[in-house]
Design a protein around this ligand. Structure first.
Ligand SMILES: Cc1ncc(COP(=O)(O)O)c(C=O)c1O
Length: 485
């Protein structure tokens, strides 16, 4: 079997997988018990004996895809994971095949160059000065910097490491001072708490920032809050703002928050893992007004830039902050290495690093900025239309007016009812949705990631919810089961 033939087998299977999903011929989600899958996939035997070629490969792929969640299905509305652009997926294959672990330039000059370009494109969208090409003689500190990491959680950790380098320059050598605190809205993503834990600060170092009734940072109360912390002897490592938050997708008022942080000399980190992609859209970039006044930003391409997992950017206004995150001496000396390119290795937790930039680059280069902007506009506007539709339905309540492609709603009744409804919807397999807690209550949650999802899919979901609500014990409509049941 040649690589080409085996690729042919895989591509044929994937094409059918996507087409069946788009045509709703299979469930969007189908939870086969692991014990069944373990047996049906024959994993133990294959590991022991090998032979995953030709007909065996074809059979394995058929079985594997049966129990794979179908992001291409228009009913996929659950998590903030992109329905990947086909070109992005092809880039992932190229990356896997070439395997250029490109954290050092010599291991992947093309991959490093593409990452450099993607990071610069993002810096430009924020309004920060892109990095000059190596050997340009540009003044250190007069331009931004960034790196792509394996996910937004790692990216948030990396950004807070950069902040720590600024606030506590000796921490790398001496350890993290015990009085550092991170000020963040209660609704920030849990990766912030993890990063605080990994930094050795302890969860007590997370101080819930003052917020408005919808959980957005309240800049008018922030200065007094930070003042109070300082009076108690705390040193603020960073203020974290959401752009947008995970649960309901609201954007914090970045300009006003940034202005307080600047006045007080506090590092502002923006978690834009989900929502920074709005910067590409002329219609929606105002949601991030003031982003350029921050010190760092995290931006996941694998959420709204149609890029396969994983590809997250850590971006800083001053590249030296990132260059110093993992070593305190001026690591922009790396530019003086005798090589014709740029090493990213000093900016990341990772040592071996995939060519993450290629995946987002292929999606961008296939669609162009306008194509991506149109996608973001479409999904955001679909969320507004969905919220209006749901609000008009008797017995339905919408949490907030959406600012992104996330919509939270609930049906009159208890938190338990929302969880029960979600369970039945997932079991029926026509729609895949999630839930979230917001303002102390449980909501059904849609993340509208799929360009094939229409308002009619929301209407069908509402109908299905009504059916489950009225007759909870009955089946929820058409269901496509696997051959194993
Ligand atoms: C606001 C926010 N930050 C960070 C993350 C974590 O990103 P990742 O899943 O890429 O680690 C998420 C994930 O949903 C998120 O919504």
């Amino acid at each position: 079997m040649t690589f080409q033939t085996e690729c042919g087998i895989a591509v044929e299977a994937l094409q059918a997988f996507a087409e069946q999903a788009r045509e709703r011929q299979r469930s969007v989600i189908h939870q086969v018990p692991m014990a069944v899958l373990y047996r049906e996939l024959g994993v133990e035997r294959l590991i022991a004996e090998g032979g995953l070629h030709d007909g065996v490969l074809r059979k394995f792929l058929t079985d594997y895809l049966i129990a794979s969640t179908r992001l291409h299905h228009p009913g996929y509305m659950a998590h903030q994971v992109a329905v990947p652009h086909p070109l992005g997926a092809i880039a992932a294959l190229i990356d896997a095949f070439t395997n250029n672990a490109m954290a050092i330039y010599e291991m992947g000059p093309s991959a490093a160059t593409v990452e450099f370009a993607v990071v610069n494109w993002m810096l430009g969208k924020i309004g920060w000065r892109p990095s000059p090409l190596p050997d340009s003689g540009a003044e250190p500190g007069s331009y931004g910097g960034g790196v792509l990491t394996h996910g937004g959680s790692l990216a948030n950790l990396t950004a807070l490491m950069a902040a720590r380098g600024r606030v506590a320059p000796n921490a790398w050598q001496d350890g993290t001072p015990g009085n550092l605190v991170v000020v963040a809205p209660e609704g920030c993503h849990y990766s912030i708490a993890r990063a605080v834990g990994i930094l050795g600060l302890g969860q007590r170092a997370i101080r819930n920032a003052p917020t408005d009734a919808e959980g957005r940072l309240a800049p008018e109360k922030l200065a007094a809050f930070i003042g109070g912390l300082r009076e108690q002897g705390a040193n603020v490592l960073a203020v974290v703002a959401n752009a947008c938050g995970t649960a309901v997708g609201l954007y914090d008022p970045l300009r006003d928050v940034a202005s307080v942080c600047r006045d007080l000399g506090v590092w502002l980190h923006i978690d834009g893992a989900h929502g920074a992609s709005a910067l590409v859209s002329n219609r929606h970039r105002a949601l991030l007004d003031g982003v350029d006044l921050a010190d760092s930003l995290v931006w996941d391409a694998h959420k709204m830039l149609r890029t396969p997992t994983l590809c997250a950017a850590v971006l800083v206004r001053d590249h030296r902050d990132l260059d110093n995150a993992f070593r305190e001496e001026a690591s922009y000396l790396f530019h003086e290495k005798d090589q014709p390119g740029f090493d990213f290795i000093h900016r990341t937790v990772e040592c071996t690093k995939a060519a993450l930039g290629l995946k987002v680059f292929f999606a961008l280069a296939a669609e162009g900025e306008k194509g991506i902007a149109d996608f973001i506009d479409r999904q955001t506007e679909l969320a507004s239309a969905a919220a209006a539709y749901l609000r008009a339905e008797p017995g339905f309540e919408v949490a907030v007016e959406p600012q992104s492609n996330i919509v939270c709603f609930r049906v009159d009744g208890s938190d338990d009812l929302q969880l029960q409804l979600r369970k039945r919807i997932v079991e029926a397999g026509n729609h895949y949705i999630s839930t979230a807690e917001f303002q102390g209550r449980r909501w059904l949650r849609l993340a509208l990631m799929n360009p094939a999802t229409e308002l009619s899919d929301i209407a069908a979901l509402v109908e299905e919810i009504r059916r489950h609500h009225a007759a909870p014990a009955q089946d929820g409509g058409p269901r496509h089961v696997s051959p194993w049941f």
